[in-house]
Design a protein around this ligand. Structure first.
Ligand code: G6P
Length: 607
């Protein structure tokens, strides 16, 4: 989703801005642009398509200057055209970049048009540029004009503004959309996330909701939502620079699939001993809060929602804890009944998903405590939740989530143990689960090694238009995640069903053109699942089954890929891997844009 970068320095900033945009590409976008003040004029360049097209255009017509803002746009109001791309300007004086949605832009636009302002785009953003301009023309300085404009805006925004007459500053603000300040030496930056600025700094200020910032070369001044001067701490972001590099892999997604055996170690590190969970991992006061929890409400979107669905099986089965799971965009807009002593659990790789954040804000005062399982330290969900457990997967660049999902599952299993302890999970059972978790990296490695076999299977998929995914129990959400992955990156229509539902409808779709993928680990439901497979076979359907060693035999119309034998509790995590590989290879065979699938965004900061 839209990305912002801004820089004020003693040196030229164009290369910093363009590199920043490249690093934000993973968020998803359809056009890009930048504006740089060269000492006399604000020069602007915009292109539809990839950042590389903007880079090529800048090579032809270089922009130079030490003050600039840049943007990747994911279209909401108006098509992805050059005119709609940011930065937007009011006259030649003022340039602005925006991430978010201004809900009241229509009346504001009518007002400005009536006063003679000309709009050159269909965006909601352009009203902000003209509102600031109007305030300056009535005598305000840039700061006053910016503040009075922001107070008129309804909706969500992160903004960066520069003005020709005020060339020593960038003004920025955030409300509902993410924005960080990057702190340099004699130069300062803004960006939608740290990733964009790691080439110039590792020191960041995480802005709070409603904060307003004046960024000068040597000075950062921040006011809070009540317009009081505030000091926000500077935090050092510890990172591994190789994360933004594909290394030997053709796509980030493949790199991230292969990283899973390693990153789950990072999720577990410091959180478990040989046989015990270290509950302090959930933060100060977590143990006392967990004592009082009587049910869990999970809220998330997309892949993170699927992680929540798996957790429901674990929490009810192992921890005896009632659990409800709902997508954030539904939950936030309905009247909900929150039972006493509810732990409100959000799951999010980005920590910035607008609907998930809004759901948290809506019920924060009604719940016992909020906990987020998240991959981005310092993100809004982490800051606004009472407790957080970081998944430590490292930055995930591929839009289709892989390692973020499996590490979420690991974190959810740790939570299951914590809550289970209070509900009859014995020390022996805990030790058994922890023992299994110690085996997990090796099991994931064994699954990743099936890559070549799965690549062969994918050949039967690339030509198909539809696919059905089946699972039972905690493997049903895994089937849902498999179907989502296939849709996201190969654009093949896929649906998941609990295998027992097959005869209630989807069986009507089964023929040889409809591959049926099934995750069938060895568990109490395997025999039931086998019966469901026969139902498909009897109708000429083509089955692709991932199953434990020697549990199901390949035969005509039924291809079995043998998985390592896994403890039942780990099956949802391990069986996710071949489904990720399957969609990856199907997408590569189809020639789609694996890392940045059309129309999708990594961090969905608007509702
Ligand atoms: C987008 C991403 C998905 C992700 C979903 C929820 O759709 O492309 O990969 O699962 O948002 O995002 P979150 O950051 O809250 O996990």
């Amino acid at each position: 989703m839209c990305g912002i970068v801004g820089a004020i320095a003693a040196r030229p900033v164009t290369a910093i801005l363009l590199e920043g945009l490249r690093r934000l590409e993973y968020r998803g976008y359809d056009s890009a642009g930048l504006a740089v003040f060269d000492g006399e004029e604000i020069q602007r360049l915009r292109r539809t398509g990839k950042v590389q097209m903007l880079v090529d255009a800048e090579l032809q017509a270089p922009l130079s200057g030490s003050l600039g803002i840049a943007h990747t746009r994911w279209a909401t109001h108006g098509k992805p055209t050059e005119n709609n791309a940011h930065p937007h300007m009011s006259g030649e004086q003022l340039a602005i970049v925006h991430n978010g949605i201004i809900e009241n832009f229509e009346p504001l636009k009518e007002e400005l048009v009536a006063e003679g302002y000309h709009f050159s785009s269909e965006t909601d953003t352009e009203v902000i540029a003209h509102l600031i301009d109007r305030a300056i023309h009535s005598g305000a300085d840039l700061q006053q004009a910016f503040l009075s404009t922001v107070s008129q805006l309804e909706g969500a925004f992160a903004l960066g503004v520069m003005h020709k007459a005020f060339p020593d500053q960038i003004l920025a603000s955030r409300k509902g959309s993410p924005l960080v300040v990057g702190v340099g030496l004699g130069e300062n930056f803004i960006a939608s996330d740290q990733m964009a600025l790691l080439q110039v700094t590792d020191r960041f200020i995480y802005l709070e909701e409603g904060d307003f910032v004046q960024l000068e070369k040597d000075k950062i001044t921040i006011w809070d939502k009540n317009q009081q001067l505030v000091e926000r701490p500077i935090k050092v972001f510890e990172h591994n620079l190789s994360v933004a590099d594909k290394g030997e892999f053709r796509h980030f997604m493949m790199k991230e699939i292969y990283e899973q055996p390693e990153v789950v170690k990072a999720t577990l590190q410091g959180r478990i001993t040989e046989d015990r969970l270290l509950e302090q991992a959930f933060g100060n006061g977590a143990s006392e809060l967990f004592d009082q929890v009587r049910q869990v409400q999970i809220i998330a979107c997309g892949t993170s929602y699927h992680a929540g669905l798996v957790a429901k099986y674990w929490l009810e089965d192992i921890a005896g804890m009632p659990c409800a799971v709902e997508v954030a965009s539904e939950f936030r807009y309905r009247k909900t009944v929150i039972a006493d002593n509810t732990l409100f659990l959000t799951i999010s790789q980005s920590g910035e998903t607008a609907d998930t954040l809004a759901a948290l804000r809506a019920v924060k005062d009604q719940v016992l405590a909020s906990l987020t399982i998240c991959n981005v330290p310092g993100s809004s969900l982490v800051r606004e939740s009472d407790l957080s457990l970081m998944t430590n997967a490292g930055p995930e660049i591929g839009v289709a989530s892989t390692k973020a999902f499996t590490t979420q599952l690991v974190a959810l299993l740790l939570l299951t143990i914590a809550l289970g302890r209070r509900n009859g999970l014995s020390e022996q059972q805990e030790a058994e689960i922890i023992g299994h978790l110690h085996q997990l990296p090796a099991l994931l490695l064994a699954s990743v090694r099936l890559d070549k076999n799965v690549e062969l299977l994918a050949q039967d998929f690339a030509e198909k238009n539809h696919a059905l995914f089946l699972g039972r129990g905690a493997l049903y959400p895994v089937a849902m995640e498999g179907a989502l992955k296939l849709k996201e990156i190969s654009y093949i229509h896929a649906e998941a069903y609990p295998a027992g539902e097959l005869k209630h409808g989807p069986l009507a779709l089964v023929d040889k053109e409809m591959p049926v993928v099934t995750v069938a680990p060895n568990n109490a439901l395997l025999d039931k699942l086998k019966a469901n497979l026969q139902e498909v076979k009897a109708r000429g359907g083509e089955l692709f089954v991932f199953a434990g060693i020697d549990r199901i035999q390949s035969e005509e119309g039924l291809k079995v890929e043998q998985m390592p034998d896994v403890p039942e509790i780990l099956a949802p995590i391990v069986y996710t891997i071949p489904l990720q590989l399957l969609s990856y290879h199907a997408a590569v065979l189809k020639g789609t844009d694996v890392d940045q699938p059309r129309n999708l965004a990594k961090s969905v900061t608007v509702e």
